[in-house]
Design a protein around this ligand. Structure first.
Ligand SMILES: Cc1ncc(COP(=O)(O)O)c(C=O)c1O
Length: 380
């Protein structure tokens, strides 16, 4: 690493998070570690820490990601959450990647392929997201019949994805209901893995009896929301939904004590004295209202830097971002104590990921995945 701009990732925190989660919810048998989007921006180098923590299956979005997992771990089962084009079939089969079957067309393609060895498949149901999955019972039945007849395809799992956390809304129960309707003629006990939940479903709802797996995403990376008892209008809404819409009661708080493992840093590469009335940066975006010291940091919007963060931390002091962020650099107002080579924390430690997300007007997912590949991840 030559340029001193980097993300620091503490793998032991991730392992501890996963350990806490898997121990706290031991009623589940299968824990899928969702590592799509480069393990939510943390990099696939964290995969083995997640496995050591207790995940026993991984889930990725694309065939490319599935194959890259194999550079880090050859044994762990990996589910590709998106249906894949036929040109990926051979490589995925060779690397023992589990396929998602999301439509009759997809089932037909899988069943007409000459597999060199048996592949595993999980059926995906659309219970309301209207994104991927079977929505039509007849098509689902036809696909299942086709898959069952094919000796090279092992139906290992069935799953759906839930749109909301289901806390005081009708959607969780609605989607569960749709799952039951779609699977009423299927003997779920004959399918080894049934998984519907993700992080917030895990923490806010009891495990439904027919489910034995859960997909862990954002919680592994440090977020498990505990919510206060609703008051005022929220309480009225909750009570109404419970009484009149029959929604299931949600669990508001948990004792997981998860932590983020991700912090972003950059280096001061220049410090200038700027006089009152002088401007700083593109478009003369900042005019000095007094004499000041201005430091340039080696991080710009190509790296994921965002003016909306407002401040960075240098030597324990919060320093205001001045003017426009450039592609590769950012100007900040600093004290006399700052000099070239000092490290600036952009966020992750003094400024939490939640605070950074709030300031940028995005969610934690976007903070984690918004740092470009130009920024090396350093692991400890
Ligand atoms: C199909 C699927 N399952 C699970 C997850 C993990 O979700 P979360 O990060 O909310 O736990 C995702 C994330 O986008 C997903 O697409």
């Amino acid at each position: 690493m030559y340029r001193n701009t980097f993300v620091k990732i503490d793998k032991s925190i991730l392992k501890e998070n996963v350990h806490n989660i898997t121990q706290s919810y031991s009623e589940y048998k299968y824990f899928f570690g969702v590592v799509k989007g480069d393990a939510y921006g943390h990099g696939f180098e964290v995969i083995n820490s997640l496995i050591e923590g207790g995940v026993n299956y991984l889930a990725v979005a694309t065939p490319e990601e599935a194959l890259r997992v194999r550079d880090f771990n050859k044994e762990i089962p990996v589910l590709c959450l998106e249906p894949v084009n036929t040109n990926a079939f051979s490589a995925l089969c060779e690397n023992d990647i589990t396929f998602t079957v999301d439509s009759l067309q997809n089932a037909k393609e899988l069943c007409s392929y000459e597999w060199k060895k048996t592949i595993k498949a999980h059926i995906k149901l659309d219970t309301g997201m209207n994104r991927l999955g079977f929505k039509d019972e007849n098509q689902l039945k036809e696909a299942l019949d086709l898959l069952k007849k094919n000796p090279k395809i092992e139906l290992e799992g069935i799953y759906t994805h839930l749109a909301t956390s289901g806390v005081n809304d009708i959607y969780y129960d609605l989607q569960l209901d749709n799952f039951s309707k779609l699977t009423r003629d299927i003997d779920l006990k004959s399918i080894p893995i049934v998984h519907i939940g993700r992080s917030l479903i895990l923490v806010h709802h009891k495990k439904p009896p027919f489910v034995n797996g859960v997909r862990l995403g954002i919680c592994m990376y440090g977020f498990s929301q505990s919510l206060p008892e609703p008051t005022g209008i929220r309480k009225i809404k909750r009570d109404f939904l419970l009484k009149h819409k029959g929604i299931s009661e949600s669990i508001l708080s948990n004792d997981l004590h998860l932590h983020t493992a991700f912090s972003l840093y950059s280096e001061v590469i220049s410090v200038k004295k700027v006089k009152k009335g002088e401007f700083v940066g593109y478009s003369a975006g900042f005019i000095a209202n007094e004499d000041m010291n201005v430091a340039t940091l080696a991080i710009g919007y190509f790296d994921g830097m965002d003016k909306k963060l407002g401040k960075v931390v240098i030597n324990g002091e919060k320093c205001e971002i001045l003017g426009e962020v450039c592609m590769d650099m950012t100007a900040v107002k600093v004290s006399d104590r700052v000099s070239c080579g000092d490290l600036a924390e952009i966020f992750g430690y003094t400024v939490s990921i939640s605070e950074a997300a709030r300031n940028m007007g995005v969610n934690a997912y976007k903070v984690f995945t918004g740092i470009s590949h130009r920024v090396p991840r350093i692991y400890e």
